[in-house]
Design a protein. Structure first.
Length: 630
């Protein structure tokens, strides 16, 4: 008797073609989908067993079996779930996107829904198998029925359904794997144990029923000597999946070693995490999360290749490996997993249809991460400083991004070296120690602590007992510019503008020495915009300041990252009129103007060196110095 081949409906044909070629971005997803369907079928029968004694199976009796036939190139996924009738085969597999799982879930009452994980929602996942298989056979027997059925299809050309024999209730999905194309092992990898094992661990590790497969194990052959043993492969059934996710267990019931092992295995890190955050939330969105703050920067973290994001699960199935939408940019270093039954998944489960739930989860996770960092800062200062060495730069960059939009969220997590404390301090700690009559938060930008500490501009502040924050990183200079104030105290650079020290009335003596300053300005030309008497120098003869606008640190930053901009700070030459060097200059200016011009050049180049700026002509500067020895 010839079986009648039935055609898919026109819309189903188009969807199947789309399915095979467009919907899924990775072929390997097919195994996740087929296993998820098997889990759904078991879940349905498991639910019925609670009220129907005739099922005769307890939860421990259910399993999903993977079977390989390498010679015939078939991979079979079997379950002992509820099975399908002939009508259900027709409705579920003959009409794509008609999901029996969705209908089943809709028929459950609300209480039962919370107890039953139904993964399939669209009825399209089954057809993802055609990405790797050129022929699929489904043998199924529904619980409560005597007749079994076989469904077969080679894709868009249609399908057949016929009666068959099957002793047990459940479903076998038999996939005939395609021959390899131009890429070696493109499809044959799905006929090998270890690639399948890895896919189960990656996507289906937390399916609630055991997934079993015969796995090879080397066993010493009997009779072979111990000094020259021979081995043979013996195949034994292994459970491939963990079933119970670590994040579903209470934190009090999980040992630190278990978290460390999970972190290393899951994220490929050698060092254990610095901190673990667990979240269990119910409300607008129900979800659980297990987050890790790394003890060292993840691989590629400081490169463009780094991909941030948390692993996203729904009903034990991994939906996305790196869901960047779950983490704000400032905490992009956090690793971890999030599981929620409330996500609105799209047809391929690889993307989300709506991001409302995602935004709610992301907002809550950001608060949890920040709270953990604040706890570390408060209770474990050494641990926080260790964290800060790894990721403090990221916090600073995000604090100044978008004109300081996240200033309020991040400013109290930032650390800066203190001239007074000789260690890293917060802005809050600095503010608490400010003198009663102190108007400003003083800072000095520079390449490193040692260089800043020797800068002449810091002397006067230190003499007045003022604490100075050393801005040693590229983003620091922009922090003062974007923040403007902290606790209503303005930031003030020690190298630019009037220090306005309390009790100090040091008059500007520029007018008194205007002839000497005019001489220096003429000798230097457009190298400087102004020459004036300094109110900040004590023992040093000269320094540069930039006034309002672009600072020297900004100039150095943009010279490194965007030299084409040609961004330059003003160069205001400040002179310590009480210094012997300037006294000598003034005398020389009167009796030997040509030599005084050389002194002016030396003063300017000294100021450049102090500011950490390049000398225009190092060779010429050396010759200039040597000429004065004659």
């Amino acid at each position: 008797m010839t079986m009648e081949k039935r055609e898919f409906k026109a819309e189903s044909k188009r969807l199947l073609d789309l399915m095979i070629n467009s919907i899924y971005t990775h072929k390997e997803i097919f195994l996740r989908e087929i296993i998820s369907n098997a889990s759904d079928a078991i879940d349905k029968l498991c639910y019925l067993s609670l009220t129907d004694d005739k099922v005769g199976l307890s939860r421990d009796d259910f399993a999903i079996i993977l079977t390989l036939d390498k010679e015939n190139r078939t991979l079979t996924v079997s379950d002992n779930g509820i099975g399908m009738s002939a009508d259900e085969l027709e409705n579920n597999l003959g009409v794509i996107a008609n999901s029996g799982s969705l209908q089943f879930r809709q028929e459950l009452d609300e209480a039962a829904k919370s107890e039953t994980d139904i993964i399939g929602q669209f009825g399209v996942g089954f057809y993802s198998a055609f990405m790797v298989a050129d022929h699929i056979t489904v043998v199924t027997k529904k619980y409560g029925e005597e007749q079994a059925w076989r469904w077969e299809s080679s894709g868009v050309d249609g399908y057949t359904v016929e009666k068959c024999d099957k002793e047990t209730v459940g479903t076998d999905v038999i996939m005939h794997i395609k021959a390899d194309g131009e890429e070696k092992d493109e499809y044959s990898q799905y006929l090998r144990e270890y690639p399948l094992y890895k896919l189960v661990k990656k996507y289906s590790d937390y399916i609630r029923f055991p997934i079993k497969m015969l796995m090879p194990h080397p066993v010493k052959k009997e009779g072979t000597p111990d000094d020259k043993p021979e081995y043979e492969e013996v195949f034994e059934y292994e459970v491939l999946n963990s079933m119970v996710p670590l994040w579903q267990r209470k934190k009090s019931e999980v040992k630190k070693e278990e978290y460390d092992e999970f972190y290393r295995d899951r994220f490929g890190e050698m060092a254990p995490p610095q901190s673990v955050i667990t979240v269990s939330a119910e409300g607008a969105v129900t979800y659980k999360a297990l987050l890790f703050i790394p003890s060292q920067a993840p691989g590629l973290y400081n490169t463009d290749e780094f991909q941030p994001g948390l692993q996203l699960y729904s009903a034990g199935v991994m939906i996305m490996d790196k869901c960047a939408g779950l983490l704000p940019e400032e905490f992009n270093f956090v690793r971890g997993v999030v599981e929620s039954p409330d996500l609105s998944l799209n047809i391929s489960r690889e993307l989300l249809q709506h991001d409302r739930q995602l935004k709610i989860i992301a907002g809550n996770l950001a608060k949890k991460i920040k709270a953990e960092l604040e706890r570390m800062l408060r209770d474990e200062r050494e641990e926080y400083e260790k964290f800060y060495r790894n990721f403090g730069r990221q916090l600073k960059i995000c604090a100044i991004d978008n004109y300081g939009a996240k200033k309020d969220q991040l400013q109290d997590l930032l650390l800066f070296y203190s001239s007074a404390e000789k260690k890293l301090v917060t802005l809050g700690e600095y503010a608490e120690r400010m003198k009663e009559d102190q108007k400003y938060i003083y800072f000095v930008p520079g390449d490193n602590v040692e260089t800043i500490d020797r800068m002449p501009q810091t002397e006067l502040l230190k003499d007045h007992g003022m604490e100075i924050l050393y801005f040693t990183e590229r983003p620091d200079e922009f922090i003062a510019d974007m923040f403007r104030t902290y606790r209503d105290k303005p930031f003030r650079s020690a190298v630019d503008g009037d220090l306005e020290l309390p009790g100090q009335e040091k008059k500007d003596e520029t007018e008194a020495y205007k002839e000497g300053f005019a001489f220096i300005k003429e000798a230097l030309g457009d190298k400087v915009t102004e020459v004036k008497a300094s109110t900040r120098l004590k023992t040093h003869p000269v320094c540069l300041s930039s006034g309002q606008g672009v600072t020297f640190e900004m100039e150095k930053y943009f010279a490194a990252v965007q030299p084409e901009l040609g961004m330059k700070a003003k160069r205001i030459l400040e002179i310590n009129v009480d210094h012997p060097a300037f006294v000598t200059f003034e005398t020389t200016r009167i009796i030997d103007p040509e030599k005084a011009k050389k002194y002016a050049q030396i003063l300017y180049n000294q100021a450049l060196l102090i500011a950490g700026l390049p000398i225009d002509d190092p060779s010429g500067y050396t010759d200039l110095l040597c000429s004065l020895w004659k």
